[in-house]
Design a protein around this ligand. Structure first.
Ligand SMILES: Nc1ncnc2c1ncn2[C@@H]1O[C@H](COP(=O)(O)OP(=O)(O)OP(=O)(O)O)[C@@H](O)[C@H]1O
Length: 244
């Protein structure tokens, strides 16, 4: 059997008195799209930040393509693309400048036009980052995550706040990733059902189900993934306030 691309092994993380991640173990296989689903505060972002090497687990270990995200940071940055919830991009730089800058980080970057088309930002290439709408900024951060043809992609809230057209565009972008291994944090059941091979359902820092979307629905004896979410977590799913 091939090696798992991502191995998260008994990972714990707390912030002061708050236990954010409570003994999570999971594997993501090569080419798989794993959805990470859970209510606000379930530990999704903390988990993917530890996979990306942005946070250090208190206990347990993480391996990505055999690399330790903290120790092998430089090597990992060449094979990992990360779109996180907050972006810290320089507001005065234009879209084209940011894409150009990110392309210099990698030996064989995707062409700039391809990146802009992927997220439908070609018309905004001269616009400064600070002048983009929130949705456009988010789309740019996805393009930048894909600039270096990463083997592993982490997408945190891929389409939160995007309008329906932009959501579908981002879904197509993810569907166009054929060989890449993807971890997709989401609140959107339709997105998870459409894009994800398997789903890790998190609640209070633990994985309470890890299966295909259909498997999770079956396990909960539910009709839909949303019903399964409610049945398994006892919580209502989050809805976006600003989705059109
Ligand atoms: N930097 C931090 N300092 C203190 N507590 C934090 C910090 N980051 C997260 N937490 C807490 O850890 C828990 C897990 O947070 P995390 O952001 O990982 O959850 P999440 O599932 O991604 O939530 P959301 O859906 O709201 O993004 C929450 O209780 C949160 O308040």
């Amino acid at each position: 059997m091939s090696e798992s691309t991502i191995v998260v092994d008994h990972v714990h993380k707390r912030y002061g008195d708050t236990v954010a991640v409570d003994d999570i173990s999971l594997r993501v296989e090569p080419g798989e799209v794993l959805g990470v689903l859970g209510a606000n505060g379930a530990g999704k972002t903390t988990t993917v930040e530890m996979i990306a090497g942005l946070r250090v687990p208190d206990r347990g270990s993480v391996s990505v393509l055999g690399l330790d995200p903290r120790r092998d940071r430089a090597a990992l940055s060449q094979v990992l693309g990360v779109q996180l919830q907050q972006s810290y991009l320089h507001g005065a730089l234009t879209v084209a400048e940011l894409v150009g800058l990110y392309r210099t980080f990698y030996p064989d970057p995707r062409p700039a036009d391809e990146l802009l088309d992927l997220v439908d930002l070609r018309e905004q290439h001269r616009t400064r980052f600070e002048k983009l709408s929130g949705g456009q900024q988010q789309r740019l951060s996805i393009a930048l995550a894909l600039a270096g043809r990463p083997k592993v992609v982490i997408l945190d809230e891929l389409t939160t706040g995007l309008d329906p057209r932009a959501r579908r565009r981002m879904w197509s972008a993810v569907e166009s990733l054929r060989d890449e291994t993807v971890v997709l944090v989401s609140h959107a059941m339709d997105e998870v059902e459409r894009l994800c091979d398997r789903v890790a359902l998190l609640d209070a820092g633990r994985v309470i189900a890890l299966d295909t979307p259909a498997g999770i629905v079956d396990r909960a004896c539910a009709a839909t993934l949303e019903d399964a979410f409610v049945a398994l977590t006892g919580r209502e799913p989050e809805y976006e306030e600003d989705a059109a």
